[in-house]
Design a binder for this molecule. Structure first.
Ligand SMILES: Cc1cc2nc3c(=O)[nH]c(=O)nc-3n(C[C@H](O)[C@H](O)[C@H](O)COP(=O)(O)O)c2cc1C
Length: 170
């Protein structure tokens, strides 16, 4: 049976939840899910999937370090990358071709993932600390998003996650 590694770069756990959803669809793969900061050796896997979320306009620095360190091995394998952000809830920023974070990521790394996806994330106001809560509220205000800080909002289209997952053929 082929082995697949799904790596997540997540701060509040939503990207990890997406990874678990993807892993649950596996039929022909034995799947491991690991955080980006684990001690990872990708040699033993045939497929590598990386999912990363955006925070204040950026992926975590560790994501770029990981790709730089593993690019040669990564490219020898089946590989995929997906990005998670709040702005991806907007149709005009919901695809690898039009999502500004994804476009920047492709420019910043030398990696062209064989499969790519963009997913809208989750805003969990009650969970955020004071500064983050009001920073996100401000971002939402200027991007016409929801601003009721007593609520959580999940923008993820789980059908899109399913489609990506099927396409990975795990
Ligand atoms: C402090 C903070 C900053 C964020 N900054 C951005 C941002 O700049 N652009 C964006 O589209 N989404 C932003 N988001 C939304 C996250 O990408 C979204 O909540 C995502 O689901 C987080 O995934 P995670 O739980 O795996 O970290 C931010 C969220 C938080 C909590």
């Amino acid at each position: 049976m082929q082995r697949t590694l799904i790596i997540y770069s997540s701060v509040d756990g939503h990207t990890k939840t997406i990874c678990e959803k993807i892993a649950n669809q596996a039929k022909n793969s034995e799947v491991d899910i690991l955080p980006l900061d684990a001690d990872i050796n990708i040699d033993q896997y045939e497929k590598i999937v990386i999912g990363a979320s955006i925070r204040y306009g950026k992926y975590r620095k560790g994501l770029y370090n990981f790709i730089e360190k593993n690019i040669e091995t990564l490219e020898l394998k089946e590989n995929a990358f997906f990005s998670v952000s709040a702005v991806a809830r907007k149709p005009e920023k919901s695809k690898p071709e039009n999502n500004p974070y994804f476009i920047k990521f492709l420019k910043q790394t030398n990696w062209i993932p064989k499969k790519m996806a963009v997913f809208a994330g989750r805003i969990d106001y009650p969970k955020y600390k004071f500064f983050d809560k009001y920073a996100i509220k401000f971002i939402m205000l200027i991007t016409s998003g929801p601003i009721d800080t007593s609520k959580s909002y999940e923008f993820t289209d789980w059908n899109d996650v399913d489609t990506f997952s099927k396409n990975l053929n795990l």
